[in-house]
Ligand binder design. Structure first.
Ligand SMILES: Nc1ncnc2c1ncn2[C@@H]1O[C@H](COP(=O)(O)OP(=O)(O)OP(=O)(O)O)[C@@H](O)[C@H]1O
Length: 317
C-alpha cells in the first residue's frame, strides 16, 4: 500500500508521521533536534535519516512503497537550501530502495498551513522555540515577518518568553518587582535554590537557545496560577507577535481576510497568549480568521508530499 512520510524538523525535537494517501495515520513518533540552524546540516540530516530507518524497522512499512517524503524545516526558505536538502534526501532514498518517493522540502510554516487548512495560501504565526509570521498569497507569493533568530528578532517566541522569565526572576530578587511564582519554578527546574546561581547556569558555554526557551513553560504555568508578572509578560510577548502579524497583513491585500493558523507549543499551551494575540490582531484586522493548529506539522508535511506525488503522477513524462 503506498504511503507518504512527513517530517517536522524543529530546534528542540523532530516529529515523523507516516500516512496513507487519504491522510490516515499509520505510524508516528518523535526524535531529537533537526533544525540545521541549531545543530548544523550534517547532524540534522543524520537525525532525519535515523528516524526514517526507525520507522521502517519498527513498522511494517517498506521503503519501496513510499510515494513521497515531505519535510518541513524551520527557517528553510531559500531555493538553494531547499535544493541542498532535496538532493541529499533524494539520493539517500534511492539508495534505500525508495525509488518512487518524491521529496518535498518546505519550511515549517508551509506544512503548518497545509496541514491545518488544507490549502497553500494563508498566514501562519509560529511561536515555538523561535517565532515567525509567514504568509502565502493566492498567487503563490511567499512573504514573511520576523524569524530572524534570537539575537535579531524572535518576538513572542519561547526563547523570548524564557529569557524574560529569567529576567523577571532577577528583577524580583533585586527587589525591583514583587515576588513571582516563576522564581521557584524556574530555579527548581534546573536544580538551583538561589536566583544568583542562575548567572553561572545561563552563561555556561554549553547553554543553548533551547535551554533558555525551556523556561517559557514556567511562565505559562505561573500565569495559569494567576501570577500577575507572568500574565503581564505573556501578554506583552503576544502583543509583540501580533504587531508582526499586522506588518505581514499590510504586505498583501488578500491577507486582510485570510485564515491565520496559530502553530507552535506556546500557542498550544497558553490560552492567555492566544487570546491576547487575537485581541491585539482583531483591533486592526477584524476579518482575519484564526485557527489553532491541531494536527502535527509532520502530518501537514506528509499531506503536502501526497499532493506533490499526485501532481507528479498526473504529469505526462
Ligand atoms: N508542556 C509545555 N507547557 C508549556 N510550554 C511548553 C511545553 N512544552 C514545550 N513548551 C515550550 O515550547 C517551546 C518549544 O516549542 P516547540 O516545541 O513548538 O518548538 P520547536 O518546534 O522545537 O522549535 P522551532 O519550531 O521554533 O524550531 C519552548 O519554549 C518550551 O518551553
Amino acid at each position: 500500500m503506498p504511503y507518504t512520510i512527513g517530517i517536522d524538523g524543529g530546534g528542540t525535537k523532530t516529529e515523523i508521521a507516516a500516512l496513507t494517501l487519504d491522510g490516515e495515520q499509520l505510524a508516528g513518533f518523535t526524535g531529537g533536534a533537526s533544525n540545521a540552524f541549531a545543530v548544523g546540516f550534517d547532524r540534522a540530516l543524520s537525525e532525519i535519516i535515523r528516524l526514517l530507518e526507525r520507522l521502517w524497522l519498527e513498522s511494517p512499512l517498506q521503503p519501496e512503497a513510499c510515494a513521497g517524503l515531505g519535510v518541513g524545516l524551520a527557517g528553510v526558505d531559500r531555493e538553494e537550501d531547499k535544493r541542498k536538502w532535496s538532493d541529499a534526501l533524494t539520493g539517500w532514498l534511492r539508495q534505500r530502495g525508495a525509488a518512487d518517493a518524491i521529496v518535498a522540502i518546505s519550511n515549517d510554516a508551509e506544512t503548518a498551513l497545509f496541514g491545518s487548512v488544507g490549502k497553500r495560501e494563508g498566514i501562519v504565526a509560529i511561536s515555538g522555540t523561535g517565532s515567525i509570521l509567514y504568509g502565502i498569497t493566492p498567487e503563490g507569493r511567499k512573504l514573511r515577518v520576523g524569524g530572524w533568530g534570537h539575537l535579531l528578532g524572535d518576538a513572542g517566541s519561547g526563547y523570548m518568553i524564557g529569557l524574560r522569565t529569567l529576567q523577571a526572576v532577577m528583577h524580583s530578587y533585586d527587589g525591583m518587582r514583587p515576588a513571582t511564582l516563576m522564581s521557584e519554578k524556574a530555579l527548581s527546574s534546573v536544580g538551583l535554590s538561589e536566583p544568583q546561581q542562575l548567572k553561572d547556569y545561563v552563561y555556561a558555554p554549553e547553554r543553548s537557545k533551547q535551554d533558555i526557551a525551556a523556561f517559557a513553560r514556567y511562565c505559562i504555568e505561573s500565569s495559569l496560577l494567576g501570577d500577575s508578572a507572568a500574565i503581564r509578560l505573556l501578554t506583552a510577548e503576544a502583543v509583540a507577535l501580533a504587531e508582526q502579524a499586522s506588518a505581514l497583513i499590510r504586505k498583501d491585500a488578500s491577507f486582510a481576510a485570510a485564515e491565520l493558523v496559530l502553530a507552535g507549543s506556546i500557542f498550544a499551551h497558553s490560552a492567555l497568549f492566544r487570546q491576547a494575540f487575537e485581541a491585539e490582531l482583531h483591533k486592526s484586522w477584524p476579518k482575519v480568521r484564526t485557527t489553532l493548529m491541531r494536527c502535527s506539522a509532520a502530518y501537514g508535511a506528509a499531506r503536502l508530499a501526497a499532493k506533490d506525488a499526485e501532481t507528479a503522477g498526473r504529469k505526462p513524462d
